[in-house]
Write a protein that binds this ligand. Sequence first.
Ligand code: FA5
Length: 357
Amino acid sequence: MTKRSPPPAKKLNAAELMDWIEDIEQRAMKAVADVQDADGLASQTAVFLGRGGELNRALERLVDLAKPERAEAGRRANQVKAKLESEYGRRREEMRAGMMQAQLQQEALDVTLPGRPLVRGRIHPANQTLRQIIRIWAEMGFQVYRSREVETDELNFGLLNMPPHHPARDMWDTFYTTNPQVLLRTHTSPGQIHAMRQRAPQPIRVVLPGMCYRYEQVTARSEIQFNQVEGLAVGRRITFADLKGTLTAFARRLFGAQVATRFRAAHFPFTEPSAEMDVECFVCGGVGCPVCKGTGWLEVLGSGMVHPTVLNNGGYDPALFSGYAFGMGPERLTMLKHRIEDIRYFWKNDLRFLEQF
Ligand code: FA5
């Protein structure tokens, strides 16, 4: 690296100053040719062309000369300065281009390389069934009606024909908030009241999907949290034959055109008469197997004609209107479809289970 030459101590004459300027030019040109990198170039620029650099110090000594010599030496010094500035600038540009070239090569992007595959997420198996159920009902003219998961005691029980202390409440025990009148709904049936009160006296055909909660023992078949899909049709002259026909049509769309159904008498306080629908066991074809516990039938849903008291609570005159309702559990249906033995898999978040669907 070229060092600054010490400032001449004595006054300079014209020849000495010209020699100094020529010497600066030579050394500066050699230095700029020798530098290897941008830092080296910057420090050599400071040595020769900087404010306190050698060329400026030589220019300061012009005062030592008489006027005509001073003009000539000044011209020469400025020529050298212009030449050095241009050469140093050229080298700077050369280095910048070289660096950019190196960087481009280093960071080269091969767009022809195949990308890394992303792990594809899936719809949760319970939601797959939920969507399938909703699609089938939509095809049959039923709208989706969403209602709340936090309900009042009155809607979850009272208006569904289960006044306080009604024994049927035991079947649907739930989680209460600090306000005993506010609870997590145990079924989607309170949505029936919401839908009726909003639509009365218009006819209704809706399905009400959503999460339900129950305070009960968790077992292979029962969770404290699960989905239900409720259905409700209200209008004039709706009969039990409509209920049977529509639910059978639904079962055929979900389980296959050949599936047989049967209705067993049941009891729900909010429907009268009430029935549970079974489908012929699609594992054994009705012969009897462990999945259907040897009966040849699988229970799929609860249903019935809307109780006159409930119609009335919803704002419909039971003398003029009738309707049917039903409720099913997508997790239990998914269990049947895929022969899943334990409902607890659904909310365990175990990818080994979820990735199978
Ligand atoms: C009811 O909840 C009634 N509200 C259904 C109904 C609606 C009847 C309208 C008549 C008219 P049930 O308690 O049987 O009924 O529940 C209905 C479905 O929800 C069951 O068939 C089952 O698929 C699902 N289910 C009930 N409890 C659980 C549970 N603990 N874990 C998972 N699924 C459940």
